[in-house]
Design a protein around this ligand. Sequence first.
Ligand code: GRF
Length: 211
Amino acid sequence: MKNKRKKIAVFASGNGSNLQALINHSLAKDINGDISIVFSNNPEAYALKRAANHSIKTYCFSQKDFDSRKDFDRKILELMLINEIDLICLAGYMLLLNNEFIKEYENRIINIHPSLLPSFKGMHGIKDAFEYGVKVTGVTVHFVDSELDHGPIIIQKAVEIGENDTVETLEEKIHKTEHFIYPLAIEYFCKDLFEINGRKVSISEREKIED
Ligand code: GRF
């Protein structure tokens, strides 16, 4: 039986180039799912504009609009349930999710991080790797658990840092790689191809990742 198209929510606080890649792939039907809603905690996020350009429903509010962080999280969770969201994709979402939220969507929240985890966790993965002087960095797509940049790894792809690279050129290379592997990971999810055993994620009928 053919899988039902999944309903996807994307959380983004900034530019939203990864959101755009997911939208493009979903429109091209490479992903058996639709970006149903976009949530941002930042009213200035360009991601909101990108969503609006494709008539995707958007929600935007910040923690400041609520009495407590708990109420803020509860509101977001409520929106996920009302919209019957199957999968949440974090794409440059600058807030940590709380445990209650993660439990409710266990193994259904995915994040993209601009380094080869567990190296260079945190907000400045690209710059930190560049300044450390590593010759190879990359991109990681992983499930979200209660620790920062820590959950089971779905896909990683390496990016070489050449003699002539600058942080800016490295950023370009990393984003290009992100826009390739994030949609791929979501495609696997939407085809129900993942099997998760502890930290190990296996992908059945795995397709070869090519540049
Ligand atoms: C990406 O580098 C992603 O890996 C990180 O935040 C950045 C978001 O970029 N989590 P964009 O907003 O998708 O352009």
